[in-house]
Design a protein around this ligand. Structure first.
Ligand code: PBG
Length: 335
């Protein structure tokens, strides 16, 4: 007799019964190769300082940053992303430190490449760590100037590329910046530098702890709603992706992550392009806050949150849990 495809012949629990059978039929898998490790860098030497709003996350001086990156490389993590916290005295309205070829990001990048860790270095392209108003672009009369900002971003991209940056990630959300930055890089001889566009970057409350980490939160005048996307919109994300890919983006990024898994899924399904998702600072701190209260199990919460990105279609995930998750995955795979 043919099975009916229904209970009682069909029992979905059969394959769930043992660890080996669950492993055998798992549809999504998470490995260290799926993780990108975002790190914060500060000036000085031999020092690390805690980021109060992100328990377990530290800002490192360049020497320590290289050590931390080495740990990531040893665990099989393919790329780090670096974010600077620069001294307040170096910030101004134009964010001019961003285009200083010897700025903190460039020195950190050069040191990481010198260390020859066999991993990629990704740099954020935006002015917010460098402006005294905390915005990602140039500000005039309360308005963020699009085209003028792009010119600065092009110069910033070139200094980052000169420092050895492998992947430049424009996170500023100005219109037309991908094409302009691509042309600037190509014009300067950096046609092989990869562009990872923060394509669908939402104006989100979940960036709060990050702004604390890079010191742009206390200074931020207003919000970023005139350039970052409205959390209400999904179709608009697809239009952004189409534009960025047409302008030459090699990868696209969705950010934040967990509240936007539908966007990750739609972007991957519609374009099939390399799609990164960013589990941002607020998502990290939210999970840890619950863990610290004993409301969730740490390891399981971390791995489940990351697996969700893979299931949604992300090719890789930027996460502050990268080191810890890679260690957990290593333990799980050594019997
Ligand atoms: C800004 C930038 C932000 C983040 C990465 N790049 C914050 C912002 O847009 O205000 C946030 C990352 C995080 O919250 O972990 N260029």
């Amino acid at each position: 007799m043919n099975p009916t495809g229904q209970y009682p012949e069909t029992r979905m629990r059969r394959l769930r019964a043992a660890p080996w059978s669950r492993r055998l039929v798992a549809e999504s898998r998470l490995g260290p190769q799926d993780l990108v490790y975002p790190m914060f860098v500060i000036d000085g030497e031999g020092t690390s300082e805690d980021v109060p709003s992100m328990p377990g996350v530290q800002r490192h001086t360049i020497d320590r940053l290289v050590d931390a990156a080495r740990q990531a490389a040893d665990l099989g993590i393919p790329m780090v992303a670096i974010f600077p916290k620069i001294d307040q005295s170096l910030k101004n309205a134009e964010g001019s430190e961003a285009v200083n070829p010897d700025n903190l990001v460039c020195r950190a990048t050069a040191a990481l490449k010198d260390a020859d860790l066999g991993m990629g270095v990704m740099c954020d392209l935006a002015l917010d760590p460098f402006t005294d108003h905390g915005h990602d672009g140039l500000l005039k009369g309360g308005v963020i100037l699009n085209d003028e900002t792009i010119e600065v971003l092009c110069a910033q991209a070139v200094v980052q590329a000169k420092a050895g940056c492998d992947v430049i990630a424009p996170s500023d959300m100005m219109d037309g910046r991908i094409g302009a930055v691509r042309a600037a890089l190509d014009g300067a001889g950096f046609q092989d530098v990869i562009l990872a566009a923060y394509t669908a970057k939402y104006a989100s409350a979940f960036y709060g702890p990050f702004r604390d980490a890079v010191g742009s939160g206390t200074v931020l005048a207003g919000d970023k709603k005139t350039y970052q996307m409205d959390p209400a919109n999904g179709d608009e994300a697809l239009r952004e992706v189409a534009l960025d890919l047409a302008e030459g983006a090699d990868m696209v990024l969705v950010k934040p992550g967990m509240p936007y898994l539908d966007i990750v899924h739609r972007v991957k399904a519609a374009f099939g392009a390399p799609t990164l998702a960013y589990q941002v600072s607020g998502e990290y701190s939210m999970i840890l806050a619950a863990v610290e209260r004993g409301w969730m199990e740490r390891d399981r919460a971390i791995l489940e949150s990351l697996l969700g990105f893979k299931r949604a279609g992300a090719d890789a995930i930027l996460t502050y849990f990268a080191l810890e998750a890679a260690r957990l995955l290593q333990d799980a795979s050594t019997p």
